[in-house]
Design a protein around this ligand. Sequence first.
Ligand code: GLU
Length: 550
Amino acid sequence: MNREDLAEFLFPNITKTVEDYEKLYPARNLEENARVTRYAPSPTGFMHIGNFLAVTISYVLAKNSNGIFYLRNEDTDTAREVEGAMEFIRHILEHYHMEPDEYEYRDTNETKGIYAPYIQSERKEIYQAFIKHLIKEGKAYPCFLTQEEIDVIREGQARDKRRIGIYGRYAKYRDLPVEEAIERIKNGEAYTIRLKSSGDFNRKFKFNDLAFGEMELPENDLDIPIMKSKDGLPTYHFAHLVDDHLMHTTHVVRGQEWISSVPIHYELFKTFGFPMPKYIHIPLILKKDGDSVRKISKRLDPEARMSYYEEKGYPAYALIEAIMTIANSNYEAWREGHPTSSFTEFPFSPKKMSASGALFDLDKLDNISKNYISRLTKEEVYEGVLSWSQKYDSEFYELLTKYKEYSMAIYNIEREQKKPRKDYTYFGEIKEKTWYMYDEYFDSSKIDFLEYDVEEVKKILTTYKSLYNEKDTQEEWFNKIKEMCENLGYATNMKEYKEDPTPYKGSIVDVTNIIRLTLTSLTTTPDLYSIMQILGSEKVLTRFDKMIAK
Ligand code: GLU
């Protein structure tokens, strides 16, 4: 019996060959320098900001070269699968307008693209055809090491300070005669399929990473598992080789934690004689923590999770801009010159990534977001708050729906001007900054007049109430307040007042503060005249009356 027999014995139902699959997955019909990139998540947890960096780079690379960005579901680790993870990823891609050109969605049963299936667990036969090929060539073999035996080997290696793994003399089944292998399998012994590595750890090869530059790495000599026994699915390494080859990926963008696996991937591609895609390993995302800088952590930092940004209500644009800023050091300069261009037009250069880590700064995100929201129209702000509240605050959502024009008028305060007000950092914060405009939330009994004398407050409010007229222009409104100040003994000239406050009870600032507190319960708000115009005389007078009565 020979290797051919072993291959047939292991995979009797696999009839297609590697050549057949190459024909079924022909080269893509794209322009010469078009890039084909992918997001290939394993649905084993929730999306991290580092994944978003990889997605954004992949998307930009594809889009600014008229290429293809596709989504591949790497679900071969069935034991670690987390329910809903893939749906969340799909949602994120939609939310940030980075929809893939090709995909397969299990929840809605939709597939787009001729390189389907895009879900790895549905590609088992394809991987097995490639594994069958290796078995025939004597480049892979069934291995009968049990998990316990592997643990013992690893403990020994750790104790003797040797490299960990199945290589050299530890790879005890690599030369097992075919008959014996078949016999063991017939007897029901569990096995995995391992690569029969031809590498030499003491030899080096050159590898050019587009971000990290050229490196010298040791060849792989590990007989890594390529197919798991329990479900016949491949390991990540093997699936990566087959899929990125058949789907004609030109650029693999992935986390730097994969650099240590490059020797394995290099050997796998070489074994089949396939060209390797280009690799862009992306640095870790760092954050400032006091005086030091550390890796952003899912456990410690809420902003490590992608859900954080939606919960807060950051506009999609703001997060993309913040991420692009850390993706390439010249992005901000480019943006200044191209204020209205889409980020996908940016000529991303992997060389301009910081290999030592990308510092992600929430203050910067806040700034970008604040500026962005300040330049939106009142309708756009309204839409933003509405869709945020629909998901996160149904009570506020109802109010917004009921008072649409009213709410938009609030958002328009000091907006349509050369330097608009920058009140709102994210949509989820808008309620905190405007709640007092709604009677449903406003409560006169909770107002604290601080150091002001109760009788004086009452006098000011009663006097002002009799002067107030909703129809007054801003100038008339202001003149009335000034006049009242003079009559009641409050300074209107702040310079004089500061030089000598003794002849006065207080200043115009105290008077407007009292009016402001009465109407809003706050000491700082946007323009008071605008607020009063929007509240309208009915609300204004009711709020005055409630306060006077109190
Ligand atoms: N499934 C791998 C992961 O989620 C993908 C790595 C890659 O992009 O090749 O980490």
